[in-house]
Design a protein around this ligand. Structure first.
Ligand code: SF4
Length: 209
């Protein structure tokens, strides 16, 4: 990444962090994935119970592997045959790890879900939520963020899961009601009533979809 882009992203991140503060959420800025990983591990004490959805950004910065190190009570839904049990345990976890499908320059976070396990845990349950968000997800406003979530994140995730949805074929949202749709619930996190619950680590890299 060139220096101009780096500078632009740093300035934009400052704005996002101020927006998050105004919404009772805490923002951080990491220049690299390694820095983001260190920040996340500083937030999560060893021994804490931790759940997550299928968070590509956490995988990409190495957080998922770190949580599997044995130092944490990691609720590893990919390693358990009983997904429902893992999902229910996640609601009572100390930490939930997530990314955003998009977020706005003033700190609003957008998540779209097919099964609601992710959006419901972000909204309530786990004591703390740590978001890992690449700067590629930051959009001008809610309208642009929603368009990103529907036309970039969801079609790519549809392809990733091999789903039979219109966007898998066209690459953009057709507002379907297909049985395979992954756009069943849309969560807009615009404020947290719970001081210190939501932490957002912005990363100056392209992460996730
Ligand atoms: S509503 Fe349907 S077509 Fe649109 S992004 Fe979601 S799954 Fe794809």
């Amino acid at each position: 990444m060139n220096e101009m882009t780096r500078k632009r992203n740093r300035l934009l991140a400052e704005k996002v962090i101020k927006g998050l503060e105004s919404r009772n959420m805490t923002g951080y800025y990491a220049e690299t994935s390694d820095e983001a990983l260190q920040m996340a591990l500083e937030l999560i004490p060893e021994g804490a119970s931790v759940g997550m959805g299928g968070c590509m950004s956490a995988k990409e910065i190495g957080l998922t592997d770190a949580l599997r190190s044995g130092k944490y009570d990691f609720i590893d839904r990919d390693a358990t045959p009983n997904k429902r049990e893992a999902m229910l345990a996640t609601y009572d976890a100390d930490y939930f790890i997530a990314s955003a499908n998009a977020m706005t320059e003033d700190g609003v976070i957008i998540n779209i879900d097919g099964n609601a396990n992710r959006v419901s845990a972000i909204a309530q349950g786990p004591r703390y939520v740590v978001f890992i968000v690449g700067m590629n997800k930051v959009c001008k406003d809610v309208d642009h963020a929603m368009k990103r979530a529907r036309n970039v994140a969801a079609p790519i995730n549809s392809q990733r899961f091999g789903l039979s949805t219109p966007c898998t074929k066209t690459g953009s949202c057709m507002d379907c009601k297909s049985p395979d749709t992954i756009c069943c619930q849309i969560l807009i996190t615009r404020y947290s009533r719970h001081e210190g619950r939501i932490h957002v680590i912005l990363v100056n890299e392209d992460l996730g979809y």
